[in-house]
Design a protein around this ligand. Structure first.
Ligand SMILES: C[S@@+](CC[C@H](N)C(=O)[O-])C[C@H]1O[C@@H](n2cnc3c(N)ncnc32)[C@H](O)[C@@H]1O
Length: 246
């Protein structure tokens, strides 16, 4: 967000300060972080030494905590470019930092990935972050995730993946909006309602929307194998992929 562009994903404003209200309007968001954590946990159990996990868009720490709790055998580098969000994670997850299991980077995802060596991460995990990226930036991020992963490493992303059936996608989004109104007018939070609706316009814009078939094809183009959409809940989906073991 900038003076020229006051409305983008807006995690620096009221959405960021009261991000935990998301669970009221999108209960599946918290469940998605848990699912991402479980995938990483399953993967790490197969590792003798602690797995290095790079998390993109750690936000307030919901997904980070899910990963750290599900996978004892891992260390996480949590990347998020928005201090309003990341500072909340730094506060609530300081025990993990002290245990040497968690580090933070305040860089944007692409710059942070570019600074990491090739073949250096066992897993890259993310929830509800890549859909915020402009399409060209997202393509570059996918290529960097692939480069940074070790052969055999995995990418786990729980996110908004637009339905290929556009009518079904529109209906699901309309229901989502109706839910926002019901919940947030019910608790008299018209300020939050305004910001989440504006945010949704960014999510649904043509240069952001992450349509399922296109997104999975882009992952294949980046080199990923074993691409699986493991679970779908309305416009939300859990996607996993792997860098070929070589
Ligand atoms: C919707 S939140 C998700 C947070 C957390 N994963 C969760 O599910 O609760 C998306 C996060 O991605 C971060 N983000 C957006 N664009 C980013 C970028 N280019 N680089 C790094 N972080 C970014 C935002 O600051 C925000 O904290």
């Amino acid at each position: 967000m900038s003076a020229d562009n006051p409305f983008d994903a807006m995690f620096s404003g009221v959405i960021g300060r009261e991000y935990d209200m998301l669970k009221l309007i999108c209960p599946f968001a918290t469940e998605m972080s848990r699912l991402v954590g479980l995938e990483i946990g399953d993967f790490c159990r197969g590792h003798a030494s602690p797995a290095s996990v790079v998390e993109l868009g750690g936000g307030t720490g919901i997904t980070t905590l899910a990963i750290l709790s599900a996978a004892e055998n891992c260390r996480v580098l949590s990347i998020d470019s928005e201090p309003t969000m990341q500072n909340q994670a730094k506060l609530s997850l300081q025990d993990w930092v002290q245990q040497g299991r968690l580090d933070f980077s305040g860089q944007d995802a692409l710059s942070a990935l570019r600074d990491l060596p090739a073949d250096s991460a066992d897993a890259v995990a993310s929830a509800y972050t890549l859909h915020n990226f402009e399409a060209g930036y997202r393509r570059q991020v996918l290529a960097e995730i692939y480069r940074v992963l070790k052969p055999g490493g995995i990418f786990v992303n729980g996110d908004r993946y637009g339905l290929d059936d556009i009518d079904a996608h529109t209906r699901a989004t309309q229901q989502e909006v109706a839910g926002y109104f019901k919940v947030l007018t019910g608790i008299d939070r018209l300020d939050l309602l305004e910001h989440w609706i504006i945010h949704l316009f960014s999510d649904e814009s043509e240069n952001h929307v992450m349509r399922e078939s296109i997104a999975l094809a882009q992952m294949a183009e980046a080199g990923f194998g074993k691409i699986q959409l493991k679970r779908r809940m309305d416009v939300n989906a859990l996607v996993t992929a792997a860098k070929n073991a070589g």
